[in-house]
Design a binder for this molecule. Structure first.
Ligand SMILES: [Zn+2]
Length: 566
């Protein structure tokens, strides 16, 4: 390309290359399906691209922006292609976690694309280097426009999201509304390329630092658990559900038959009166995976987790996840023997939990050993219609393509509940499929499913909806607990099975998980009578099981309080 090519044409080509991922997003991202949203997105991108022009001359501008974005464009393009969404923390984390061997495999499969991108990259920098070093705009006018325009744009965005903040979380105090609205604006910023790649990279680096610190602190910790007496293969699977309400499971008496498959399945016990210990994933999961209950919340990070207890006993441990990254699970994922991630999270529209079944089958087929497997699912997390495939849309009208955040209002409760119930129908199929895969192994096996917390669905005059920091209620904590066991397990442990059925009517919470799974596998603490007695008291498989008199939950602020009646 010669220097005679007018500067303006060269600049146009360079902009097209720079902003190609943003333009591609307008066609691919499910979030930008409406023309108005795509337009607003492009406006923010254009403003963001103009600001550096105030400080950088044309040639330097293109060289600097090229250096800052060309390396991360393939990450954004891959995410848009695979997930129909800008790169999330989970996706960027997965890219960073990819080792050289895996990367070579991917590059080998997509080599024409890699060669094409390399050619575009070379073309970009040749064109950029030939740009004249001149200012691209009148800086005085530009600085005035930015000085007035940027605050106006930011204020407009915060005002716009204040409407959501008020409506979704029923906030009244202006300071709370403004704080949540600002948070929502920043969250949107996390979806705009190239900021998303940088913001997520920083987040991952911080998380990694914190994880390393925790790993170091927990390194000497031992549960002191004995290895099993035999080496016969057996399998224990924990399915962590998401935002599932116990009362919406047909199995638990819901008027709609949302659980036709689980109702048919034999060797299955449902516990209709169990509760989560907190109302968000971040608060609830550490306690689900720990033997430390919320009444000793401050101690929850001083011990290792349930999968690590099985690991100590010599089990092969696996973590399969379809969930977003959080610190607690990141540490456990690094501690277990093997991990599989779908690379998706809640903002992705095609992350069906069924994606975990093939890796589960693969894991089970390795056979001939003692295994402990965790499946961390997306379950019923908003947005509901992204959690099930079309054939599970059994209750209509559900959300539909036209449904937007602004339509989350009490008058649309029927559509919300229909879509929510469809997610339970999908979950029914998922849990049933896991049980079927475990049954095919013909070994002693137990599958335990429990949700991390429930969900609000405009249940009373408070008009609470979804879950999160601002909407505590009984519906937020009341979750399903379901246990299935194989025929082979029942033959070996008839007394444990009798206890399992006998305890189905008790009121209890997720603090039974740790003790119950350890006890189900016949594991115990070496020379530790007190810990063994405590374990049996909290195990639903044990004749010593005792339900607590009062159930406790964590508030959004981290305080431990008795579970209220509503
Ligand atoms: Zn959750």
């Amino acid at each position: 390309m010669s220097n005679k090519v007018p500067t303006i044409i060269r600049s146009a080509i360079l902009f097209l290359i720079l902003l190609f991922p943003n333009v591609y997003a307008c066609f691919m991202a499910s979030d930008l399906a409406s023309p108005l949203k795509a337009l607003a997105y492009l406006l923010v991108v254009a403003v963001g691209a103009c600001i550096p022009m105030l400080f950088l001359r044309r040639k330097v501008y293109f060289l600097v922006l090229g250096a800052l974005t060309m390396w991360c464009a393939p990450i954004e393009l891959a995410s848009l292609y695979l997930n129909q969404n800008p790169a999330t923390t989970t996706f960027v984390g997965l890219i960073y976690a990819t080792n050289a061997h895996e990367a070579a495999g991917v590059l080998g499969a997509a080599w024409p694309l890699a060669v094409l991108w390399l050619a575009v990259w070379v073309l970009y920098f040749i064109l950029a280097a030939r740009q004249p070093n001149e200012w691209m705009m009148n800086r005085r006018i530009g600085l005035w426009a930015a000085g007035i325009g940027l605050p106006v744009l930011a204020l407009a965005a915060i005002l716009f999201f204040s409407v959501y903040a008020r409506r979704l979380y029923h906030l009244q105090r202006p300071r709370e509304v403004a704080s949540l609205a600002t948070e929502l604006v920043l969250l949107k910023g996390h979806k705009i390329y190239p900021y998303n790649i940088y913001l997520n990279s920083v987040r991952i680096a911080e998380e990694r630092r914190e994880r390393k610190r925790m790993e170091q602190a927990l390194q000497p910790f031992r549960f002191g658990i004995s290895a099993p007496a035999d080496t016969e293969p057996e399998c224990y699977i924990l399915i962590i559900g998401e935002a599932a309400r116990s009362t919406h499971f047909g199995l638990n008496g819901y008027a709609r038959n949302t659980t036709p498959r689980l109702k048919q399945r034999t060797n299955l016990v449902s516990y209709p009166h169990h509760y989560a210990q907190a109302g968000t994933t971040e608060q609830s999961l550490p306690h689900m995976l720990s033997r430390v209950p919320v009444t000793r919340h401050e101690d929850v990070w001083t011990e290792k987790s349930l999968p690590e207890a099985f690991q100590e006993a010599g089990f092969s441990t696996t973590w399969l996840t379809n969930q977003a990254r959080i610190l607690c699970t990141e540490r456990v994922k690094h501690a277990v023997d093997q991990t599989y991630e779908t690379g998706k999270d809640m903002s992705v529209t095609n992350n069906y939990d069924g994606l975990l079944l093939a890796p589960l089958q693969q894991c089970l087929s390795e056979g001939a050993k003692k295994q402990f497997i965790v499946l961390h699912t997306m379950g019923s997390h908003w947005r509901y219609d992204s959690r099930y495939t079309p054939e599970y849309e059994q209750f209509t009208p559900a959300l539909g393509a036209d449904f937007q955040l602004s339509m989350i209002r009490p008058e649309n409760r029927e559509r919300l509940v229909n879509a929510y119930d469809n997610t339970i129908c999908y979950t029914d199929r998922f849990i049933d499929s896991v049980c079927a895969l475990a049954a095919q192994q013909h070994i002693p096996a137990v599958v335990l499913y429990m949700a991390d917390h429930g969900e609000n669905l405009y249940d009373d005059e408070r008009n609470l909806v979804l879950h999160g920091n601002y909407s505590a209620s009984r519906w937020l904590f009341h979750v399903p607990l379901i246990v299935w066991y194989s025929d082979e397990y029942a033959v070996l442990h008839p007394e444990k099975i009798a206890q399992l059925h006998a305890h189905a009517g008790y009121y209890d919470n997720s603090s039974v998980l740790f003790a119950s799974l350890l006890d189900a596998a016949g594991l115990s603490y070496i020379n530790d009578t007190a810990s063994n007695a405590a374990m049996r008291t909290r195990s639903i498989f044990s004749s010593d099981y005792r339900a607590p008199d009062t159930l406790f939950v964590l508030t959004a602020e981290g305080a431990c309080v008795a579970l209220e009646e509503r």
